[in-house]
Design a protein around this ligand. Sequence first.
Ligand SMILES: C[S@@+](CC[C@H](N)C(=O)[O-])C[C@H]1O[C@@H](n2cnc3c(N)ncnc32)[C@H](O)[C@@H]1O
Length: 258
Amino acid sequence: MIAELVTWLTTRCAPPARQLGYLYEAIAMRERVKRCEVSWRSHLTQSRQFAGACMEQQAAGGIALVLGSGLGLDIPQQALLEHFDEVWLVDMVHLRSTRKSWQGSPKVKFIEADVTEVLASVTRGELDRAQPKRWLDNPDIRFVLSANILGQLPVQPLAWLAKHYPYKDEANLDQWSQQLLQAHLDYLRAFADKGAKVCLIADLEWHYAESNQVREVVDAWRGLEQPLPDARWEWRIAPRGEMGLNRTQTNWVGGWCW
Ligand SMILES: C[S@@+](CC[C@H](N)C(=O)[O-])C[C@H]1O[C@@H](n2cnc3c(N)ncnc32)[C@H](O)[C@@H]1O
């Protein structure tokens, strides 16, 4: 508890990362991965392997851009460092422990930024629908990894809006959330159109079970059509004990290499 508080107080990040709860979530995830190491292992290994195999399809050199780099757990760190001249890690927040895990490599650039480019409007209670464009004009970006961020994009904004603007119209929020996902997919496609190799790793469905019976399945793409993934696997994200005695959550995850 004290270690978490110290991390919360001493982590350098932009105000929206604290305000919208990204810092809190990063610290919570760091603790969760310790508790759930065994049940997360296969997902993390498969993510790294899938991203690594996709990366191999691109010639060496240039910049690898990782969107949603987070704690860096599902990212083939060493392979990226060996294959590219620079590795740019983009997330709302990078914890000190995460920075250390990249072993001080001079190739690594930590970028605290909002990949949707609309979060500033959310903190004003507005639902901006801008299309992200950052770095699209950089021809040195040869590989883009969207690392398990797609389904998460609306989660923190929606939680924050529910607390601070509870009167917002549900249908409008649903539409906005779906548009946020679509804008990210279009952003990735735009990199692919410019010749970068793109690897998308994203939740497909969230399965909630009670006493081993699936009770609820949530579409992580919020109604958007899902292209057939090149690979899919399970992430036992909340084993027994994480969400209560009998309740568990398993995410179905997809990998696409464009
Ligand atoms: C499920 S985690 C991804 C896991 C991460 N790849 C790892 O290995 O730890 C989702 C990540 O997306 C980040 N994120 C969510 N929305 C974001 C946004 N709008 N801009 C930048 N990062 C965002 C979160 O901070 C979190 O680190």
